[in-house]
Design a protein. Structure first.
Length: 168
C-alpha cells in the first residue's frame, strides 16, 4: 500500500482570521494557494496516476486542499479526526488497517502532525522530515499495514512541485 501525504497549501494568516472572530478550524486557503495547488494537483495526478481513497482532516484548509486534489481523481473525500493536528497516530493506523495492500490512498493534514506521523510509521522517533505548506511525500508499506514497515519513497517540497507543474 502507498500513501500520498500532503500538507495543506497556504491559508489565511492565523492572526488575521482570528481578528474576524472565527475559530481556526474554519481558516480557509488563500486565492494564491488555490491557484498554485490547482496546477500542482494535476502534476501529482501524473506522478501518482491512481488513488483509491482521499482522506482529510476536517479543518477547512486541509479539506479545501483535498477537494482540489479530488477533482483530478474523481473521488469523494473522507473526513477523519485521525488527521486533526492533535490526533494520536494510533487513530490513523486504524484507518490504514481497513485498506488493502494494493490500495493507494492520499491524506491531507497539518504540521507538525504529518512529519511526526511519517516518523512514527517508519518506526524511527529520530527520523526528521519537514512538510512545508503544499509539500508532499509518498510512503510505501513494505509488509502489511503496520508501524515500522514503511519506506519513504520520495519527499517533494512545494517549490519543486510548483516547478514540476510549470514544466521547468
Amino acid at each position: 500500500m502507498d500513501i500520498l501525504i500532503l500538507r495543506h497549501v497556504i491559508a489565511e494568516t492565523r492572526e488575521e482570521f482570528a481578528s474576524a472572530g472565527q475559530p481556526d478550524d474554519l481558516r480557509p486557503l488563500t486565492r494564491e494557494g488555490v491557484h498554485e495547488f490547482t496546477k500542482v494537483a494535476r502534476k501529482l495526478h501524473a506522478i501518482v496516476p491512481t488513488l483509491d481513497l482521499i482522506a482529510t482532516s476536517p479543518l477547512m484548509r486541509a479539506r479545501q486542499t483535498a477537494e482540489l486534489l479530488a477533482k483530478g481523481y474523481g473521488l469523494p473525500l473522507v473526513e477523519t479526526d485521525a488527521l486533526r493536528p492533535e490526533a494520536p497516530f494510533t487513530k490513523f493506523a486504524s484507518l490504514v488497517k481497513r485498506s488493502t495492500a494494493t490500495e493507494v490512498i492520499a491524506i491531507v493534514g497539518h504540521e507538525p502532525h504529518l512529519s511526526g506521523l511519517v516518523a512514527w510509521l517508519i518506526g524511527d522517533k529520530g527520523a526528521r522530515i519537514t512538510m512545508k505548506k503544499g509539500g508532499a511525500c509518498l510512503v510505501r508499506f513494505d509488509r502489511g499495514a503496520q508501524r515500522g514497515a514503511v519506506s519513504l519513497m520520495w519527499l517533494l517540497p512545494p517549490g519543486v512541485l510548483r516547478r514540476l507543474a510549470r514544466g521547468t
